[in-house]
Design a protein around this ligand. Sequence first.
Ligand SMILES: Nc1ncnc2c1ncn2[C@@H]1O[C@H](COP(=O)(O)OP(=O)(O)OP(=O)(O)O)[C@@H](O)[C@H]1O
Ligand SMILES: [Mg+2]
Length: 254
Amino acid sequence: MTNRRPPAIQVHGLEKSYKELRVLRGVDFEVARGGIFALLGSNGAGKTTVVKILSTLLKADAGTARVNGFDVATQGADVRESISLTGQFAAVDEILSGRENLVLVARLRHVRNPGGIADDLLRRFSLTDAGGRRVATYSGGMRRRLDIAMSLIGDPAVIFLDEPTTGLDPQARIEVWQAVKDLAAGGTTVLLTTQYLDEAEQLADRIAILHEGRILVDGTLDELRRLLPPAKVEYVEKQPTLEDVFLSLVGTKS
Ligand SMILES: Nc1ncnc2c1ncn2[C@@H]1O[C@H](COP(=O)(O)OP(=O)(O)OP(=O)(O)O)[C@@H](O)[C@H]1O
Ligand SMILES: [Mg+2]
């Protein structure tokens, strides 16, 4: 045995049904350490279901999943210590200020110097000026950034971001994208789910497309593009966009 660190996430044959609805029908993928992995799929494809299983909120019916080397079914406490989860809907407390939210989470996670950690995160996420204001007065992008900042407390090895920019305006999305890029640059492994092709294109080192219960393809943007022949327009080679690849695999909207 070598003591090489295991991949951040390993998923094999994952299945999950809600009553008769077979949502996951054998999902396989692996995420190396570091970088940003995007799980892409339409509404209802099962992205949140995968994230819930990986973060031990939900049990799979079959298959195995390991996060940071720990089995989600049998080593739940170790998995939970290795991760943080930012859900599809922001989980910040509106009555508190941004700084108070951060200090609260830092206390709950028993990290040392909660105030210093809070100030550092406010700075990293460009929220220093707004830090003393109640979150109720924040824009959607500021809330999302605060939400992501909260998820960093305690330095988790793997961060799950479930649709981090759904419902945000273009400016706020760009702010959140920058925050996510900064996270990955700091060495954290990020798994994000998205239904936005441009988000995956902008952010992800690797992209997996979840469709009808399985991973259809998994690779870098360039690898996914190579699945389609380049469209020739006169002398200019037009690269297929991720949207072209996605729609050719998943089919056009009905
Ligand atoms: N607790 C539940 N009970 C019954 N059905 C559920 C439950 N949770 C999810 N589903 C169904 O399972 C399917 C997958 O849901 P899931 O939330 O994982 O999709 P998603 O890819 O995250 O979608 P979205 O992009 O809309 O967030 C959907 O058809 C959904 O209605
Ligand atoms: Mg979802």
